[in-house]
Write a protein that binds this ligand. Sequence first.
Ligand SMILES: Cc1cc2nc3c(=O)[nH]c(=O)nc-3n(C[C@H](O)[C@H](O)[C@H](O)COP(=O)(O)O)c2cc1C
Length: 220
Amino acid sequence: MKKNEILDAFLFRHACKEFDSTRNIAQDDFEFILETGRLSPSSFGFEPWHFLILQNKELLEKFIPFSWGAQRQFKTASHVIFTLVKKPFFMRHDSEYIQDFMRSVQKLPEDVVEMKSNFFRKFQESDFKLFESERAMTDWAAHQTYIPLANMMTAAAMIGIDSCPIEGFDREQFDAMLAGECNVDLDKYTIGHACALGYRKADPRGKTRQPITSITTWIS
Ligand SMILES: Cc1cc2nc3c(=O)[nH]c(=O)nc-3n(C[C@H](O)[C@H](O)[C@H](O)COP(=O)(O)O)c2cc1C
């Protein structure tokens, strides 16, 4: 029964604090997880993300001193994904990236490119006021990166792989380490969040959530 299988995956998924460091995720399983990130939706379809995949424990250790939320996860995970957020360098409507994306990725004809560009400019300039600050546009891009994060964690859970979403870190120090150790250009990218993946070392405590009536209001 499909619905039960899906709900089972949601119950299986938890923020795993420590992984069994003797177990590695198979390459094809990891590629399956990444594929669900790749297929995720984004605003106007412009994919404001880039995924760095780390398995090198020595390198991950360097992030631990300022990543209070990842103390055991970075040490024990099989794979860690650092999701980089594309900054205005890429995401403003008139960037080379956006203009090229519509043609070479989305394969839009020229008249549609022009129409979409105009819509996107209005969206950025007046609907969402993303030019108010560099931060506004970067945050708008960052919000979207939680969609592939969620999809990848659910997909992982559906094949019995554990995960932990992580934003318990000092962003400035994280970015500085990314620049120094991973050649990340901070004019173009900033860290969004990390996601550690592997196999749980121990069973988690049970799930706690508010009842559905506390988080929903039906409007008729
Ligand atoms: C955006 C985000 C960031 C999070 N950051 C951390 C983190 O740094 N370290 C951690 O152990 N858990 C982190 N969590 C996990 C949450 O604490 C956890 O999802 C929540 O308490 C619910 O528990 P559950 O996921 O086990 O059901 C994060 C979750 C989200 C969605």
